[in-house]
Write a protein that binds this ligand. Structure first.
Ligand code: HAM
Length: 450
C-alpha cells in the first residue's frame, strides 16, 4: 500500500517557513524609511518652502512618478550618467518603456507643453517637492530614492530670472539657518559651444594618456564637457589646464552672464566663478549654478542643490515655439544632514497643550467626548485611553511635556466636574466640566504662555 504523502507536504512547509524566517527584512539599497522622529525636519523644510513659494508667486505642480523613458533620454541627455547608468527604466505590462523620474525639470516642461501653459501670461512659475530615483552607487549624500525641492520659471529668457532663482534658494537656506555659497558658470549659447568643445577635444587629446583616451573615447566624441566634471582622478588633474568656456562665449552670452552676476552683486549674494562647472544634465544653456555649504565650497559630492537655464529643452521635447526657462533643484536629504550636523531643530518638540487622563470606564467614555470637544476648539490635546492606570497616563503626559493635565474620575463624572492640573507649577483646581474649554483658554493655557 502506498504511503500517505502527508509527511512530505509537512516537510516542505517547514522548509519554506524556515527560509522565510531566515530572510532579513530590509529596504532596497539606497532607499530609506523616514521615521516619525525625523518628520520634524521634513515638515520644517516643506513649510518653509511653501511659504517662500507663496511669497515669490510660484504655484505648486505635481507630476507622475512614472513617465516615458524617452522623456528623460531626450531631455537629460543620452550621454549623461543619469540616463546611461542611473535610470530605473523598465518595460511595463503594456510593453511601454517607462522610467521612475530621476529629476523634475523634464516632467515640468512636458506638463507646460501638454497643458498649453504657453498661452497664459508668461513667465509661468512652478514649484514642487517629491521623490526622485537614480540608480547610483549609494554612499554618503547619494541615495537611490531621494527628495528634491524644485523651482522652475518657464517662458522668460531675461537674465534676471537666474538671479531671482539663486536669490530665492539663498534666502531659503538662510531661513533654514544654513550659510551657503553659490558656484556659477556660463555654458553659453549653442552657437558658441561647438568652438569650445573643439578646443576641449584638442586639449584632452594632447594631454591624455593613450589608455585614458581610450576610456573616454565616447565623451571625447559626443560630449567633451563631461570630462570637466568627471570624478576620475587623472581627469581631475588635467582639469586646471583645460581651456575655459568664458574665453569662448559670444558677445550675447557674455552680456547675459555678466548681467546675472551684476544682479547677484546687487543682492549681495556670495558667489564663486567656477569655470569648470558644467553640471551633469545636457539641457543647460547660459547660466549654471550649484550651492555648497560655505565651509566646504569645493566638496565635489556635497552640492546641496543646483540648476541653471535650459532655453532649448522645450523644442527638444517637440514644442513648436521656443520656451526659454530656468530653474533649480535642492536635495532635501542633504539639507537635513546639514541641519543635523549643526544641531538645528534638535530640541524642537511637538507642543501638547492638554493631556486628558481618565480613571474608570464611565470616565473614559466621557473623556473621549471631551477630547473631541477640545480638539474641535483648536486646543492641541493628547490621550491614552487604552491605559487604566493614572500613573502610566501621567508618565506619558510628562514625556510629551503637556502643559495641562485634565483628570476625570468616577466622582467627577457624577458631579459634572473635572480636575485641572498645571504640570509645571503643580497648581490644581476642580472646575465645571461644561466650562472646561473656555476655562482652559481663559485662565490656564494663556496664563502658561505668558
Ligand atoms: P541635480 O544637480 O541633478 O539637478 O540635482 C539637484 C540636487 O539634488 C543635488 O545638488 C543634490 O543635492 C540632490 N541630489 C541629486 N542626486 C542625489 C542623490 N542620488 N541622492 C541625494 N541627493 C541627490 C537636477 O536634478 C536638475 N533637474 C535641477 C534643475 C531644475 N535644473 C533646472 N531646473
Amino acid at each position: 500500500m502506498p504511503r500517505p504523502k502527508k509527511s512530505t507536504q509537512k516537510k516542505t512547509t517547514t522548509a519554506a517557513t524556515k527560509k522565510k524566517a531566515g530572510k532579513e527584512l530590509k529596504t532596497l539599497r539606497g532607499m530609506k524609511d523616514i521615521l516619525p522622529a525625523d518628520q520634524k525636519y521634513w515638515s520644517f523644510l516643506r513649510t518653509k518652502i511653501d511659504d517662500i513659494a507663496g511669497v515669490y508667486n510660484f504655484d505648486r505642480i505635481d507630476t507622475p512618478v512614472l513617465e516615458e523613458t524617452d522623456l528623460f533620454v531626450r531631455s537629460v541627455g543620452e550621454t549623461s550618467d543619469i540616463v546611461q547608468k542611473e535610470l530605473f527604466s523598465f518595460v511595463d505590462q503594456g510593453k511601454n518603456k517607462i522610467a521612475l523620474r530621476p529629476e523634475f525639470t523634464a516632467s515640468i516642461m512636458r506638463a507646460y507643453i501638454n497643458h498649453g501653459m504657453g498661452n497664459v501670461p508668461q513667465p509661468v512659475k512652478l514649484y514642487t517637492t517629491g521623490q526622485l530615483f537614480r540608480h547610483e552607487r549609494p554612499q554618503s549624500g547619494r541615495l537611490r530614492q531621494f527628495n528634491q525641492i524644485n523651482f522652475e520659471v518657464l517662458g522668460e529668457g531675461n537674465p534676471v530670472v537666474e538671479a531671482q532663482l539663486i536669490h530665492i534658494a539663498h534666502t531659503y537656506f538662510k531661513e533654514l539657518g544654513l550659510e551657503v555659497v553659490v558656484n556659477v558658470n556660463s555654458l553659453g549659447s549653442p552657437e558658441c559651444r561647438p568652438l569650445y568643445k573643439e578646443a576641449l577635444v584638442n586639449y584632452y587629446k594632447t594631454a591624455m594618456s593613450a589608455s585614458l583616451k581610450d576610456k573616454y573615447k565616447k565623451e571625447l566624441k559626443k560630449n567633451p564637457l563631461r570630462l570637466l566634471d568627471s570624478k576620475d582622478k587623472d581627469l581631475q588633474e588635467l582639469r586646471d589646464g583645460a581651456p575655459q568656456i568664458l574665453d569662448y562665449l559670444d558677445d550675447d552670452s557674455k552680456t547675459h552672464f555678466f548681467t546675472v552676476l551684476e544682479y547677484l552683486d546687487d543682492l549681495e549674494i556670495p558667489y564663486n566663478l567656477s569655470p569648470t562647472l558644467v553640471r551633469g544634465l545636457d539641457y543647460y544653456t547660459h547660466t549654471v549654478f550649484e550651492f555648497y555649504m560655505k565651509k566646504e565650497v569645493n566638496g565635489s559630492q556635497t552640492a546641496l542643490g543646483g540648476g541653471g537655464r535650459y532655453d532649448l529643452l522645450a523644442e527638444e521635447l517637440g514644442s513648436k515655439v521656443p520656451v526659454p526657462a530656468a530653474g533649480f533643484g535642492l536635495g532635501m536629504e542633504r539639507i537635513i544632514a546639514r541641519l543635523r550636523e549643526g544641531g538645528l531643530l534638535e530640541d524642537e518638540e511637538k507642543q501638547i497643550d492638554v493631556f486628558v487622563a481618565q480613571i474608570g470606564d464611565q470616565a473614559r467614555r466621557r473623556a473621549m467626548l471631551l477630547f473631541e470637544e477640545l480638539r474641535s476648539k483648536g486646543i492641541s490635546v493628547m490621550e491614552n485611553f487604552a491605559k487604566s492606570s493614572l500613573k502610566s497616563q501621567l508618565e506619558l503626559a510628562n514625556k510629551v511635556k503637556a502643559q495641562i493635565v485634565l483628570i476625570l474620575g468616577q466622582k467627577e463624572v457624577s458631579e459634572d466636574t473635572i480636575l485641572i492640573r498645571d504640570m509645571e507649577s503643580g497648581v490644581q483646581e476642580i472646575v465645571e466640566l461644561k466650562t472646561i474649554a473656555t476655562e482652559l483658554k481663559k485662565n490656564w493655557l494663556k496664563k502658561k504662555k505668558k
